[in-house]
Design a protein around this ligand. Structure first.
Ligand SMILES: CC(C)(COP(=O)(O)OP(=O)(O)OC[C@H]1O[C@@H](n2cnc3c(N)ncnc32)[C@H](O)[C@@H]1OP(=O)(O)O)[C@@H](O)C(=O)NCCC(=O)NCCS
Length: 130
């Protein structure tokens, strides 16, 4: 397995990674995902040869706080430690920051396992159109 920090991810690789979970994305959606990675402060990906098998991105001011987003490991490569490694690569790139993230339902056990602290009061969400 090889870890990379390039922010430029290929749409075809992203498409195949998400398809491992049965998530189909249109070209437009893939372009948005690609752009969101390109515009992030930190990106890590993990590769099995030429196959993209995991991704994560982080947004941060570099001074106080960071937001970890879009952690995703290829379905066939889960429970091998890749998700943990990707997450801590983001945290360790800016070790003095307080990092936040919003868990998907299925990932709650994962974050608990890694001893991240569940902060009940952190999230308020603004939705467009209000
Ligand atoms: C959540 C996710 C990133 C975990 O990645 P992973 O590579 O399988 O996780 P790891 O192998 O690094 O797991 C680290 C530890 O957590 C455990 N773990 C992994 N997923 C878990 C889960 N859903 N519930 C409980 N424990 C879990 C592993 O068994 C491992 O424990 P161990 O050290 O005792 O062996 C992966 O399941 C995924 O991509 N899910 C779909 C997308 C998603 O929900 N992403 C999170 C967005 S917030």
């Amino acid at each position: 397995m090889k870890y990379k920090s390039s922010k430029l991810l290929n749409k075809k690789d992203l498409k195949e990674l998400l398809l491992s979970e049965g998530i189909g994305k249109s070209e437009k959606e893939l372009k948005s995902i690609q752009d969101s990675f390109r515009n992030s402060n930190a990106v890590f990906s993990v590769w099995d040869g030429k196959k993209l098998v995991g991704i994560i991105r982080g947004l941060t001011d570099g001074i106080s706080r960071g937001l970890a987003l879009d952690l995703f490991v290829h379905k066939k490569y889960r429970n091998k430690g890749l998700g943990e490694k990707l997450l801590f690569k983001i945290f360790r790139k800016y070790p003095s920051l307080k990092w936040h993230l919003k868990s998907s339902k299925m990932a709650r056990g994962f974050y608990k396992r890694l001893k991240l602290i569940k902060d009940e009061e952190l999230w308020f969400t603004y939705k467009r159109g209000r």
